[in-house]
Design a protein around this ligand. Sequence first.
Ligand code: GLC
Length: 749
Amino acid sequence: MKIRNIFLGGAVMCLILSCSSHASTKGDRIEERVDSLLSLMTLDEKLGQMNQVSPGDFEALAAQVRRGEVGSILNYVDADLVNKVQKVAVEESRLGIPLLVARDVIHGYKTIFPIPLGQAATFNPELVEEGARVAAVEASSDGIRWTFSPMVDVSRDPRWGRIAESCGEDPYLNAVMGTAMIKGYQGDSLSDPTAMAACAKHFVAYGAAEGGRDYNSTFIPERVLRNIYLPPFRAAVDAGCATFMTSFNDNDGVPSTANKFILKDILRGEWKYDGMVVSDWASVLEMVNHGFCKDGKEAAEKALNAGVDMEMVSATFINNFKQSLNEKKITLNEIDQAVRNILRLKFRLGLFENPYIVTPQSVKYADEHLAKARKAVEQSVILLKNDNQVLPLQPDIKTLAVVGPMADAPYEQLGTWVFDGEKEHSQTPLMALKAMYGDKVNILYAPGLSYSRDKNRTQIAPAVAAARRSDAIVVFVGEESILSGEAHSLTNLLLQGEQSELIEALAATGKPLITVVMAGRQLVITDEVKESDAVLYVFHPGTMGGPAIADILFGKVNPSGKTPVSFPRTSGQVPLYYAHHNTGRPANPVEMLIDEIPVEAGQTSVGCRSFYLDAGSRPLYPFGYGLSYTTFEYSNLTLSADKLASTDVLTVTLNLKNTGRYDGTEVVQLYVQDKVGSVTRPVKELKAFQRVDLKAGESKQVTFSLPVAELAFWGLDMHYSVEPGAFKLWAGTNSEEGLTADFEVVSAK
Ligand code: GLC
């Protein structure tokens, strides 16, 4: 039997490879190869391709693979075992179809980059693309050719732990950064052995989970889906993203894993997507928990009917579809279409020509990879406050107190979704400060607390004592990595444990206090900011967090990061985002807050506005905010025209000057408001941004070219168009500050 299989398999392989005069991984040749292979497959083999497993025992996996029951494996990262099981697939299964090996490579594989929220803070897509390329090269050395990244869920609620994996609250920023990651993972050609198929997830609106509670329902109407949550996924299609993953949430009662409207009408119908769609982990079977299906068989049928091609781990496809076919609940054509999408991806990846690992193990933690990770951290760090220019630390500093539970936390600084990066390779702030600046300054280290949730105050006194003996204090606080990420929602966004008490005690010494926050989300740090002279915000920075932060503290690097999310003053303000609607009673610029209200104040509804009595309406820090060690001056904002047709391109120019004494980089942001629409519109939306490097005293003209067509939106009639009327434009340093100009769109096409 085995001999026959080998000969048959070999003959089949020759047929597959020979059907195109050359082993092509290009276009229509691939379709020929897909058709040829599909025509040879039994129903069992087709169902096998649709089945992704997370292996346990190797022999059990090998037996499944040998029988053609597995199309893809995930969470298998031993290079030798991957090659071994791939050999079983290629040489011992009847048709020799290679396995697709997948992993969550979310922000690096071995060399860990800042979490995606931190990468978004760089506002540097080229840098993000570089990081994804490094991740792909390293992961391919263990046979991983498919990553479940980028996550492009617009995320506006920091109670939701998975905001850490997103590129923040803005659809445009998520689209730009998601595109960069896709390009980095997939490289110039998917058939390159270091390329990884990317996966746009979680399709769709998972970030809008009600109450910020993970896996919770969403209630997003079609217009908001199309104007806010779908654009980053459309950008992923345009970037050639090889796969999509369905999301866990039900939206308006329909679980995404069986949502024909998004998977067929939009993804396949409108966007003409020809990639492969995978469910999320057991999200097919979980439709029984949703109360959407009575059993796994119905869940499998509804998922396939809706357009899911491959099932992640719940095995309802392979276990039910023969019966479903007999009952005519599904069609053979639906199965064939799913298998085509899977085979097409495998051909595009060149797996039939190169099923085995070719990337050497030496790529892991390569110096150039670590250098790129360090650069990503440098550009992700956000300077939120710097009173009296306490930063950068001056050479006359003789003794520096380094305090806090995140100062020397090699595992925690890696952040969420790190399965393969090793804490042993982490360079912490304490390590870096000692190694890089220990010869210039005396470092006094006192943790103050053992971990972010630590409620034991006994170490605070020694930390304060060390602080008293120093010329300045740097305290590292924030979140352990486990407090963000999947299934880790919070109701209280304040610093955990006794961290606030530690900061208060350190501030009481009167020494210059620099607070560095390392977290997976924007936390509520209103009080801690007041206690600190300077504040740096670092979304979990990954392997190279230490050296980057050390260079920023001592001014070798000038921070340039910008907030990819709005920072709330209180937990109760969320969800809080800049692109909100104006409402009929927008907040007043000056708000009377709760402590100012007189006793027995008169009741009235006249002149009331939309805000919170106890927090106001404004964020602590707005989207796009970040300071520099230098200062920038914006002037001469000029528009190419003040009346434009929807087919025109608006050219925006301004002058930017570095008016300080440090070389620096400014992220110039361009926002536009459609002042009157057929439906209410956001008060402004980010439409473009540029990082501009300027030496001290240098000036540059900055130019944006904005196609008016990019102001289109889905209006009252659910028609996508640029509506004529008045527009306002901001060009500036964040979503609240900038030069403004008005223009008009005079015709709609
Ligand atoms: C998870 C996540 C998804 C991930 C998948 C595989 O539950 O929702 O983002 O890619 O399972 O680990």
